[in-house]
Ligand binder design. Structure first.
Ligand code: C2E
Ligand code: CA
Ligand code: CA
Length: 534
């Protein structure tokens, strides 16, 4: 039967426990919930007392800490982990990184890192197979100590995981200053309700950690709902009873044998000088610059063909228009509005930028939808640059310009030209449009090719009477016809002998009106009078 030890009993039996191997290690797997693969494990200390039975850390670690024994216990665990990794390396199984817990008290112990390094070199374990877990409470009572330890561990090459993230009230501040490589987010601190406030807190933490480019492991994951939820917000690494309880060494080796493993994604490497941590701080200079000086800008992540927006500035919200809120934009799937061709154009640009490390641009149409404006199609010019990159994950910085109205004008011209072309090719007719307000005439390509009309005729129709294309004796009648159209007549037609050879053409006009009913332009056409007509 298990029984709690008193402090006196614990102190009395500690030396023997270390010597006799009563203090031992269990290994809890860390998994990628998206791939079902093993990515690592955490070493957890246990004490099997000959009289009192199995003891759990919560029952003895505080006593070890207050009696300055924890550092010896942690070194004992560390040595067992090294020995364990060594035995795996010598077998035919591929090892995964194993993390060990570092107590806040260990940090106070001068020479602790030198001691673990001596053990590591004794067993000759590559530093990448050992991760360190520190807790955010280590920062209590001063940042300097933790920062010093963190820098020292980093300079040796240890990956450092921030344990129990979310347990302290100052979590976000601590994270901003401590450059850890992985964040362990404990689901148990957010009791249950992933649909409610807990979920909002988690998803904003995960969103923010993307900003800091730090991968997250959810720990204490007990249900498939929790794991699926974490996956849905972009956090696929999980540890907890759902996959496995802490295992004895030999059982963990069985897991290693039967599961595929994969390396956890490397921390995002920021290419630019930009300091992501400060970027997230609403009061930093970077945020000020982002909001005030760069025009409409967006930062997004591209991963496995999917895109999520990490951050936009105020001008971006304005530029896209549609009266959307920042939150609506952040929550939308930016690729959803693209048709296939525009999506390809956009992703090709992303790939070009990833290859060139330079600015690349594209103009793409997309459908946007907002509560207020409903659905609309907009054209956006994007100038983008890759600013960060991990294995298959890219971060881009882009400035955007909404060029829909420019494009629409251009598109309309193209559209009428296309109509002209079709009409003239089909029926051997010449076509043009005449804009009342500007007295401009734009002919179809056949007018240009066959009749020598310039692409734009100003002060229409005078130059065509001057050139002899239109007969002088029809001048008065023709001006009168245009005047009636401009005054609102919907249609007009006449037989007019055109060109110096005075070939009879059937000339027809149709007026186009704007929304207010004002005549805008007239579409003209001229077809050779076929014998029998007229
Ligand atoms: P921790 O570092 O947060 O370790 C995770 C704890 O959560 C472990 O408890 C683990 O057994 C438990 N756990 C894992 N998955 C689940 C789950 O799905 N549901 C629930 N309810 N619990 C889960 P454990 O082994 O009792 O360790 C407790 C704490 O003791 C650890 O918390 C760590 O702070 C400390 N500790 C453990 N081993 C060591 C060590 O070697 N050195 C030091 N300094 N501290 C250690
Ligand atoms: Ca831990
Ligand atoms: Ca933890």
């Amino acid at each position: 039967m298990e029984k709690l030890m008193t402090e006196r009993e614990l102190k009395a039996s500690f030396d023997e426990a270390v010597k006799e191997g009563h203090i031992f290690v269990m290994y809890q797997p860390k998994m990628n919930h998206s791939t079902g693969r093993l990515i690592g494990a955490e070493a957890l200390m246990r004490w099997r007392h000959p009289e009192y039975g199995l003891q759990y850390p919560s029952d003895f670690i505080p006593m070890l800490e207050s009696n300055d024994l924890i550092h010896r216990a942690d070194l004992c665990v560390f040595e067992q982990v090294c020995r364990f990794q060594k035995s795996i390396m010598e077998s035919d199984i591929r090892p995964v990184p194993i993390s060990f817990n570092m107590s806040r008290i260990d940090m106070l112990h001068d020479g602790y890192i030198e001691e673990i390094e001596a053990i590591r070199s004794k067993y000759d374990i590559p530093v990448k197979l050992l991760h360190v877990e520190i807790t955010e409470t280590s920062a209590v009572g001063g940042m300097e100590l933790v920062l010093g330890v963190l820098n020292k561990l980093h300079s040796i090459g240890y990956m450092v995981e921030m344990d129990d993230f979310g347990s302290g009230y100052s979590s976000l501040n601590v994270l901003k200053d401590l450059n850890v490589d992985v964040i362990k987010l404990d689901m148990r601190f957010l009791s249950g309700d992933i649909g409610g406030r807990g979920g909002t807190i988690i998803s904003s933490i995960v969103q923010m950690t993307k900003w800091l480019n730090t991968p997250v492991i959810a720990e204490g994951v007990e249900t498939i709902e929790q794991a699926d939820y974490m996956k849905s917000i972009g956090c696929s690494y999980v540890q907890g009873y759902l996959y496995s309880k802490p295992l004895a060494g030999e059982d963990f080796i069985e897991k290693l044998r039967s599961f595929d493993h994969e390396p956890a994604a490397a921390a995002m490497h920021l290419i630019s000088e930009m300091d992501a941590g400060r970027f997230w701080d609403p009061n930093s200079l970077e945020t000020l610059i982002f909001n005030s000086y760069v025009g409409a800008a967006v930062i997004f992540r591209y991963h496995n063909g999917k895109c999520d927006i990490l951050r936009i500035n105020r001008k971006y919200v304005k530029e896209i228009g549609m009266n959307m809120t920042e939150k609506e934009i952040l929550c939308s799937d930016p690729f959803a509005g693209f048709d296939e061709a525009n999506l390809k154009k956009f992703t090709d640009t992303l790939e070009r930028a990833a290859a060139s490390y330079d600015e690349e641009s594209c103009e793409t149409w997309r459908t946007v939808c907002s509560k207020i404006c409903g659905e609309d199609k907009i054209c956006v010019r994007t100038d983008l640059r890759m600013i960060g990159k991990a294995d298959d994950e890219y971060i881009y910085y882009a400035t955007v310009r909404n060029i829909t109205s420019e494009k629409k004008r251009f598109g309309e011209v193209e559209e009428s030209e296309r109509k002209f072309r079709m009409a003239s090719e089909q029926a051997n007719v010449y076509a043009w449009e005449y804009i009342f307000a500007t007295k401009q005439m734009r002919p179809c390509f056949r007018c240009i090719r066959d009749l020598g009309v310039p692409p734009v005729v100003e002060n229409y129709p005078a130059p065509l009477f001057d050139s002899g294309l239109f007969p002088r004796d029809y001048e008065e009648m023709y001006y009168d016809m245009l005047k009636k159209l401009e005054e609102g007549q919907e249609k007009a037609e006449a037989i007019i002998p055109l060109t110096v050879s005075r070939i009879p053409f059937h000339v027809r006009y149709t007026t186009e009106f704007d929304e207010t009913g004002k005549p805008l332009k007239a579409y003209g056409s001229a077809a050779i009078v076929i014998e029998g007509e007229g």
